[in-house]
Design a protein around this ligand. Structure first.
Ligand SMILES: *[C@@H]1O[C@H](CO)[C@@H](O)[C@H](O)[C@H]1NC(C)=O
Ligand SMILES: *[C@@H]1O[C@H](CO)[C@@H](O)[C@H](O)[C@H]1NC(C)=O
Ligand SMILES: *[C@@H]1O[C@H](CO)[C@@H](O)[C@H](O)[C@H]1NC(C)=O
Ligand SMILES: *[C@@H]1O[C@H](CO)[C@@H](O)[C@H](O)[C@H]1NC(C)=O
Ligand SMILES: *[C@@H]1O[C@H](CO)[C@@H](O)[C@H](O)[C@H]1NC(C)=O
Ligand SMILES: *[C@@H]1O[C@H](CO)[C@@H](O)[C@H](O)[C@H]1NC(C)=O
Ligand SMILES: *[C@@H]1O[C@H](CO)[C@@H](O)[C@H](O)[C@H]1NC(C)=O
Ligand SMILES: *[C@@H]1O[C@H](CO)[C@@H](O)[C@H](O)[C@H]1NC(C)=O
Ligand SMILES: *[C@@H]1O[C@H](CO)[C@@H](O)[C@H](O)[C@H]1NC(C)=O
Ligand SMILES: *[C@@H]1O[C@H](CO)[C@@H](O)[C@H](O)[C@H]1NC(C)=O
Ligand SMILES: *[C@@H]1O[C@H](CO)[C@@H](O)[C@H](O)[C@H]1NC(C)=O
Length: 371
């Protein structure tokens, strides 16, 4: 009696479900099964073997075309790439059925991740475009694969395009579940400030698990060569040089390998190095050369007479002449006035002397008188 009631109750629930299928009482241990290719797993479907339902309730797993009786689905070494979905089914004859689905994602990490430059070996040259390729063989599923490129350890903005290895111009079918060989390629070029660079690529399988599965390539290192470039901030196209005052021309150039710098004029090469003392007018060319090429800069040197010493000389001569003239006239005048004063003084002195002489003469007189 109680059994009959329970059966009726469950049947009512199932009928409800066949109508709307929104509240299936079945419970599976996982609804999203993520399995590494070759691994083994077990999924259970519960409340499916209630003895109250007796033989009238039939529970099984529907995996592809296969039916696995009972509530336990056990898989050993999964290799079936077509498997994307399994269902636990509770069927009651005459009432209907209830299903609970399990999404299956079978994945495979790539055998390896390889990075290479396409059609190029050795050093790279600045301001030239190069193609790098990242090969990711034997990976699944490709829809959950993300390829990342790193330059000097920093993620690059360019994600590259993903294609089947060897077929860069075909659209990649992202619905493929089986392992594929895929590649990503990017184009790169380098500015003058870069002399060496390191690239790596990463293949990440993002399967909705907390930890993503990531495989890195080894690093691809390049040195970058640059044509010489003369730093023109220290040079002017036209410079004046005063006779007798050498001017130093400084020619600096960067490049990789370090450029060989020399100056030349119509007289030929003027020594090596970027510094040159010029004393003569003319066109001077600085030439910076390395294996990639050369860069030159022409300086027009204009020889100028230095008028400053001449002007200074004139001023000095004028000052001397004026001084002489002044001294001459002054001395003339001074001599005159001095002579006159002296004559007056002498006169006065004479008169004083006269007095003295008189006084002194007074003495001899009495002396004479004494005689
Ligand atoms: C499954 O059955 C147990 C009792 O056997 C019950 O406690 C549980 O609530 C049931 N679960 C579901 C989802 O019906
Ligand atoms: C199945 O997987 C186990 C490990 O999970 C491994 O030891 C065994 O060799 C595998 N068998 C086959 C046939 O691949
Ligand atoms: C992937 O590449 C390997 C060689 O690296 C080859 O043996 C294999 O057949 C390729 N797989 C596919 C699906 O093209
Ligand atoms: C790199 O990818 C582009 C398309 O994004 C393609 O045109 C080009 O040929 C590819 N290069 C190589 C070397 O595969
Ligand atoms: C080179 O210069 C660019 C900007 O011109 C800058 O973004 C980059 O970080 C520089 N690289 C180095 C290695 O200095
Ligand atoms: C993996 O790919 C499937 C299909 O594109 C998608 O539904 C799922 O969300 C992906 N998983 C993650 C974690 O992106
Ligand atoms: C790829 O990475 C996983 C862990 O994320 C690791 O177990 C596996 O060995 C790696 N494969 C290769 C080829 O390095
Ligand atoms: C590339 O350079 C880094 C250091 O910048 C070094 O750790 C790494 O081993 C180099 N890789 C190769 C393949 O030479
Ligand atoms: C050129 O030289 C000036 C002055 O020394 C310096 O500030 C500047 O950075 C240099 N430019 C280059 C491109 O080296
Ligand atoms: C140019 O002359 C200055 C001093 O007059 C001297 O210090 C410098 O070394 C000279 N440069 C060269 C390249 O001879
Ligand atoms: C600079 O030197 C290089 C190598 O010696 C030469 O090929 C080039 O013609 C020179 N440039 C000029 C402007 O003379």
């Amino acid at each position: 009696m109680r059994d009959r009631m329970r059966v009726a109750l469950f049947a009512a629930v199932l009928l409800n479900l066949t109508g709307g299928l929104s509240h299936c009482p079945l419970q599976v241990t996982t609804e999203r099964l993520v399995v590494r290719h070759g691994d083994s797993y077990t999924v259970k479907c519960e409340n499916s073997t209630g003895d109250a339902l007796g033989n009238r309730m039939y529970i099984f797993w529907q995996v592809g075309r296969r039916q696995i009786p009972g509530g336990v689905w056990e898989v050993k070494n999964q290799t079936d790439w077509d498997l994307t979905r399994a269902e636990c089914v509770a069927r009651h004859t005459g009432i209907g059925e209830c299903r609970k689905a399990v999404d299956v994602t079978l994945y495979k990490e790539p055998d390896q991740v390889l990075i290479q430059s396409v059609g190029h070996m050795g050093a790279l040259i600045g301001d030239t475009e190069y193609h790098l390729q990242c090969d990711i063989p034997n990976v699944a599923p490709v829809r959950n694969l993300t390829v990342r490129w790193y330059q000097d350890g920093h993620p690059m903005a360019d994600k590259g395009s993903l294609y089947l290895t060897g077929r860069p111009h075909e659209m990649l079918d992202f619905d493929i579940s089986t392992p594929v060989n895929v590649s990503s390629n990017i184009s790169v070029s380098f500015g003058r400030n870069q002399s060496r660079v390191q690239f790596t690529c990463e293949a990440e399988l993002n399967l909705g698990q907390t930890d993503s599965l990531s495989n890195m390539s080894h690093s691809l290192n390049f040195s970058i060569q640059h044509k010489p470039s003369i730093n023109s901030t220290k040079l002017q196209p036209k410079i004046p040089v005063f006779r007798g005052y050498p001017e130093e021309l400084v020619c600096e150039a960067d490049g990789n390998p370090a450029p060989d710098i020399h100056w030349f004029s119509q007289n030929g090469v003027l020594g090596s190095g970027g510094n040159l003392n010029v004393t003569e007018g003319g066109d001077y060319t600085c030439n910076a050369t390395n294996v990639l090429g050369s860069n030159f800069y022409v300086v027009q040197v204009v020889l100028k007479e230095d008028y400053l010493p001449i002007i200074a000389g004139f001023v000095a001569v004028a000052v001397v002449i004026i001084s002489i003239v002044f001294i001459f006239f002054y001395s003339l005048y001074y001599k005159n006035t001095k002579m006159r004063r002296y004559s007056l003084k002498n006169h006065k002195l004479n008169t004083e002397n006269g007095n003295v002489a008189h006084n002194s003469l007074d003495l001899p007189i009495p002396l004479a008188k004494l005689h």
